[in-house]
Design a protein around this ligand. Structure first.
Ligand code: ADP
Length: 201
């Protein structure tokens, strides 16, 4: 079963993806995490990515699509993937559609977590404070200025994906302002419904 989690930065996609990995045996693929690993490893891609991420912009579609294409063929993705932070443009969504169709791996659902922007800024500031308090390193794009750019990029380049999946009949919206467990419960019931429909043929 393959799933896309959509939503602005700070909507809670990563938190939910981690729980779904445990409960459904699916693999979370976060393009943001993959890029941060490249930065850490000091690769050429990492150097390019860091500059773009620090501005709050998007990496070129072909780089991201290539990264996902080679990753989803690995054995840990066989039982299903939760795409987190991908696709982020309509071109990425179209490429993913072709990739999955070629492999005969359908998309079960696209779940959008809907959260208002004031709440996203509050959550970011809270996350930064908690990270600092824990003595951990704060992400270099986790500051209010870059977040505002990330939100603008989200509105302009990522939000247009929603109607794309709505037309395909795959989109489900969840109120991301609810407590974590309530959001989790809703995602779980959507996926259970998909699972039983799939097994019914
Ligand atoms: P966020 O908390 O903003 O959702 P992510 O960890 O998903 O953060 O992504 C951080 C940054 O990585 C983005 O702002 C962007 O620069 C880059 N990035 C991640 N995924 C993609 C993608 N699918 N396409 C292009 N750029 C991406």
């Amino acid at each position: 079963m393959n799933l896309i989690l959509l939503g602005p930065p700070g909507a809670g996609k990563g938190t939910q993806a981690k729980m779904l990995e445990e409960d459904f045996g699916m693999k979370q693929l976060s393009t943001g995490d993959m890029l941060r690993s490249e930065v850490k490893a000091g690769t050429k891609l990492g150097a390019q990515a860091k500059e773009i991420m620090d501005r709050g912009d998007l990496l070129p579609d072909d780089i991201i699509i290539g990264m996902i294409a080679s990753r989803i063929d690995q054995p840990d993705c066989a039982a299903g993937v939760i795409f987190d932070g991908f696709p982020r443009t309509v071109a990425q969504a179209e490429a993913l559609g072709r990739m999955l169709a070629d492999k005969g791996r359908p998309l079960a659902s696209v779940i959008e977590l809907v959260v208002n922007e004031d709440e996203l800024i509050t959550r970011l500031n809270k996350r930064v404070a908690e990270t600092k308090a824990a003595g951990k390193e704060v992400r270099s794009d986790d500051n209010e200025e870059t977040l505002r750019s990330r939100l603008k990029v989200f509105r302009e380049q990522t939000a247009p994906i929603t109607p794309y999946y709505e037309k395909a009949g795959l989109l489900r919206r969840i109120d991301g302002m609810m407590p974590i467990d309530a959001v989790k419960g809703e995602i779980r019931s959507i996926l259970k419904g998909r699972q039983s429909r799939a097994s019914a043929g």
